[in-house]
Design a protein around this ligand. Sequence first.
Ligand SMILES: NC(=O)C1=CN([C@@H]2O[C@H](COP(=O)(O)OP(=O)(O)OC[C@H]3O[C@@H](n4cnc5c(N)ncnc54)[C@H](OP(=O)(O)O)[C@@H]3O)[C@@H](O)[C@H]2O)C=CC1
Ligand SMILES: CC(=O)N[C@@H](CCC(=O)OP(=O)(O)O)C(=O)O
Length: 311
Amino acid sequence: MSSDGQATVFIDGEAGTTGLGIRDRLRHLPVTLRSIDPALRKDPQARREMMMAVDVVILCLPDAAAREAVDMADAMGTDAPRILDASTAFRTDPAWVYGFPEMDASQPDAIRKAARVSNPGCYPTGLIALLRPLVSAGLVPADYPVCINAVSGYSGGGRSMIEAHEREGGPAFELYGLGLGHKHIPEMTLYAGLAQAPIFVPSVGHFPQGMIVSVPLHLDRLPGRVGIADLHAALAAHYAGSDRIAVADPCAKLVADALAGTDRMELRVHGSDDARQAVLTARLDNLGKGASGAALQNLALMLGLEPPPSV
Ligand SMILES: NC(=O)C1=CN([C@@H]2O[C@H](COP(=O)(O)OP(=O)(O)OC[C@H]3O[C@@H](n4cnc5c(N)ncnc54)[C@H](OP(=O)(O)O)[C@@H]3O)[C@@H](O)[C@H]2O)C=CC1
Ligand SMILES: CC(=O)N[C@@H](CCC(=O)OP(=O)(O)O)C(=O)O
């Protein structure tokens, strides 16, 4: 606690893309940010001392550095701070709580009580939001052969990809992950409730922030005579009352960066009952609900604070 009774927070990786986004949003919460001298930001001793001095540390680091930080915390025993990790390192670790409050009715309470919370990945946020309620409701079978197409703004690749696009000029659009071993697949499989790994085809475009995750569905491969309205209704029921996740009407075109700068996400069910085909889409800001906005939601829950209204 700080002298004025506010919880203290250290962002390890404060100068990175996700760290800066969280730092900016912290002004909406009554917490005290503690920072280390930028010259010492990678110094293990300085980081260890700062970790021991705060209530919560938010890790905004590459996976390997996040694992090192958690090792440091493990060595502190009961002096260790609570941890919110933005990396991929612990997202499927059963000892950590997955920081997706809208996932289940019990999830906000689990986050509130957790010592260690993993912040969801940007693509998994869209995919899990779309599929988990439909799988739970029995509308999409767990063994449906899911294919995911997705596009992200270039900030999704962190500082190095931002520099590549802004200084050198990046490609207009490129597919990647074509080896089909993307780091988000285990997280998507687990929390969407799928029995087998989806085929995931991510891509990146020459725009800074924004994301669309889309999943085509053959309606005749779903149980019974499930139609577009059933899928829409199940999602609308699950997210009723959420100020961050909206289930919107279908549309013919979807612009990827329309929610850039917000912490919101829009879900849609497009398609045709006559053609027996649907496409589920999630649109979000990869740096908003896909990273820093979600981290602020989780931090507020961890500290028993009211999450600030969504921008
Ligand atoms: N960008 C996005 O859309 C999203 C990112 N994430 C996750 O957030 C994490 C951070 O990503 P992002 O912010 O994009 O990445 P960036 O590359 O923009 O930032 C990472 C920061 O960590 C610093 N850093 C690296 N190694 C160490 C170390 N050993 N000790 C202290 N600081 C270190 C880097 O410094 P330097 O640059 O000098 O090396 C940089 O400031 C990643 O794990 C990523 O998967 C999660 C969701 C979305
Ligand atoms: C465009 C781009 O490169 N995106 C990153 C995903 C963003 C990220 O690394 O963060 P999370 O894993 O924490 O979501 C990637 O595909 O690896």
